[in-house]
Design a protein around this ligand. Structure first.
Ligand code: CP3
Length: 429
């Protein structure tokens, strides 16, 4: 009851007024005092409500990209374009993640997607690895967000369930249901503007120390999540419909592609992203044939259209990470696309990748992420071996072959970064 009065002082006003009207004059002074208290409470509650509404309505003010702080060191961008650099730049997939105690401390207070939607929080998490390791060790930040914000923008409800990962409230039963169930042409600026805000704010806070990478999931990976309703070991449902409903699958992939193009362009032109990575994390579950039909054409289309839309004046390097698809011919096909850099997972020998790609694209990767469970001496040894296998330091960005795991020690991530820095001083034959 007291709580209710606190919430709604008008109730207090009502009760005191009624009792005043009913009671004897001896209590009048006391009752008048009660009314005064109620009125004061009512006014302060209205004031609080107004403040709350103002805070909610407060629109984040973006700084025009041309006025954002200029980069002090663009080594990693030069490497992505294949230009010679003085050292090997490095970043780590999922570097802003649960392996950092400072990340966990902030995450316990806020739900995952709430963090994604709150630019101040996303910005703080994005900067954490840079604050810990410094720009001498870490060459870029990647914006804290998730690939599943795109299905959300298309009208699907996705929750991050602790211990389980992403879960869709209602999966897409089949691709042919998409036109009736999804928002096929969402207003990208309206539905994903919060990611653009987070990028813009982070660019301001970075003060030009290192470049900021934006990203998106790739169409097939996103479609697979929509159809499976979450993570899946086999992707059997998603793959089934590539055979059962190829046309509806293509229509859905095309709709997702259109959203991604708009989204990535906005990340650069309005958010200030300085490089973009496209994650085809589920590629490895496809056969080479399915990959050529349902993944590659959309990956290629994204790079082509984004590049065209940005033009020379706003150009940024584009990275493609097609995980698990190192079959014969796939790296070669990616060489024909408009990406500047190919991200490699840990399943390919860097020397083989270099030989297949030649000088056509820069390469990024590809230390087996599990190496970070090893003692620091072993990490160092593995990093040196990996980097020497790439053969040339030109067109090389060091990274892991996949995202950091929550159980990994931050000191081991540091050992990885230090090893890359130290290898930069070693000459390659
Ligand atoms: O790399 C970064 O630091 C930037 C942020 C980033 C996240 N997710 C944050 C995140 C990026 C680039 C992603 C991409 C992403 N999200 C991918 C593609 C990359 C890959 O891993 O292949 C995929 C498949 C997703 C979907 C997703 N989000 C999964 C499978 C999970 C793991 C769920 C779990 O419980 O292990 C997430 C959650 C997620 N995204 C976390 C982070 C830091 C951890 C969850 C948390 O904070 O509770």
């Amino acid at each position: 009851m007291l709580g209710q009065l606190e919430e709604d002082p008008s109730l207090l006003l009502f009760i005191t007024t009624v009792t005043t009207m009913l009671s004897r004059p001896a209590f009048l002074a006391f009752e008048v005092a009660l009314i005064v208290v109620a009125v004061v409470k009512l006014r302060s509650s209205a004031h609080k409500n107004k403040k709350k509404m103002e805070a909610q309505a407060k629109v984040f003010k973006r700084v025009p990209v041309a006025d954002l702080p200029k980069l002090q060191d663009d080594t990693i961008l030069q490497a992505m374009y294949g230009k010679p650099t003085k050292r090997i730049p490095v970043w780590m997939m999922r570097q802003a993640g649960r392996y950092l105690p400072e990340f966990r401390a902030l995450r316990v207070e806020h739900e995952f997607f709430k963090v994604c939607r709150t630019p101040e929080l996303a910005c703080r998490l994005t900067l954490q690895p840079l604050e810990r390791f410094g720009p001498e060790l870490l060459s870029a930040c990647i914006i804290f967000s998730d690939i599943l914000v795109v299905p959300q923008a298309m009208g699907m409800q996705v929750d991050m369930v602790p211990g389980k990962g992403p879960v869709f409230a209602q999966r897409l039963e089949r691709p042919s249901d998409a036109p009736s169930r999804l928002v096929m042409k969402p207003d990208v600026e309206k539905t994903l503007g919060y990611v653009v805000d987070a990028l813009n704010l982070t660019r301001q806070e970075l003060k030009g120390r290192v470049p900021l990478i934006g990203f998106s999931g790739a169409p097939f990976t996103l479609m697979a999540y929509m159809i499976e309703g979450g993570g899946s070991k086999t992707l059997s449902r998603a793959k089934r419909f590539l055979y059962e409903e190829p046309e509806a699958s293509h229509a859905l992939l095309q709709a997702i592609t259109d959203v991604i193009v708009e989204y990535l362009v906005n990340q650069v032109t309005l958010g200030g992203a300085q490089a973009l990575q496209v994650f085809e994390s589920n590629a490895g579950d496809l056969s080479p044939r399915l990959w050529s039909d349902f993944s590659l054409p959309y990956l290629a289309q994204i790079a082509k259209r984004v590049k065209q839309r940005l033009g020379e004046s706003q150009r940024v390097p584009l990275i493609v990470f097609s995980r698990g698809s190192n079959w014969e011919g796939t790296l070669e096909s990616l060489c024909e696309t408009d990406y500047d850099t190919i991200g490699l997972d840990w399943t390919i020998d860097p020397a083989v990748a270099r030989q297949r790609v030649g000088g056509k694209k820069s390469l990024q990767g590809n230390l087996d992420t599990a190496t970070l469970y090893a003692p620091s001496e072993k990490i160092r040894q593995e990093v040196f071996e990996m980097l020497s296998k790439f053969g040339s330091k030109q067109g090389l960005i060091a990274n892991l072959g996949h995202g950091m795991e929550p159980e990994m020690k931050p000191e081991n991530a540091k050992a990885f970064l230090e090893a890359v820095r130290d290898f930069s001083g070693v000459s390659l034959l």
